[in-house]
Design a protein around this ligand. Structure first.
Ligand code: ZN
Length: 142
């Protein structure tokens, strides 16, 4: 393991053990399940004037899924809806090992580039990002 991989692992474990923005407050939400791993997440967001004010989440799952949910809630908060949708697409490219448009916008989410070596974990990494994407596109669960 080189230093960069070590740093990445530290960030992932930190978010897994101390998830940011965990706990729902009652905003519109989307609930997604990843049967191949058992990951289960609910993501909610408060959007005002087309800007994401807050992203909260709850759920359970593996370290990749839970940490990625926490990182997502920090990285995408404060962005406009369109910026967030663009960054979500970039995240999908990143974890597939494909080139990304805007590396800077991904921030700490860049640590998941290593997931591209483990295609079976793709769904774990993107679950919460897909939930927010659906939410921003106007789909929501009752
Ligand atoms: Zn998982």
């Amino acid at each position: 393991m080189n230093n960069l991989e070590f740093l990445y692992r530290q960030i992932i474990m930190d978010h897994y053990k101390n998830p940011r923005n965990k706990g729902l407050k009652g905003y519109n939400h989307v609930h997604l399940h990843n049967p191949s791993c058992g990951d289960d997440v609910i993501v909610e967001a408060k959007v005002e004037n087309d800007v994401i004010q807050e992203i909260n989440h709850t759920g359970s799952g593996c370290a990749i899924c839970c940490s990625s949910t926490s990182v997502m809630s920090e990285v995408l908060a404060g962005k406009t809806t369109q910026q967030a949708l663009d960054t979500i697409q970039d995240f999908y490219h990143l974890v597939k090992g494909e080139p990304v448009q805007n590396e800077e916008a991904l921030g700490d989410a860049l640590v998941y580039q290593g997931v591209s070596q483990f295609p079976a974990r793709y769904k774990c990494a993107v679950l919460a990002w897909k939930a927010l994407e659906q939410l921003l596109k106007g789909e929501q669960d009752e």
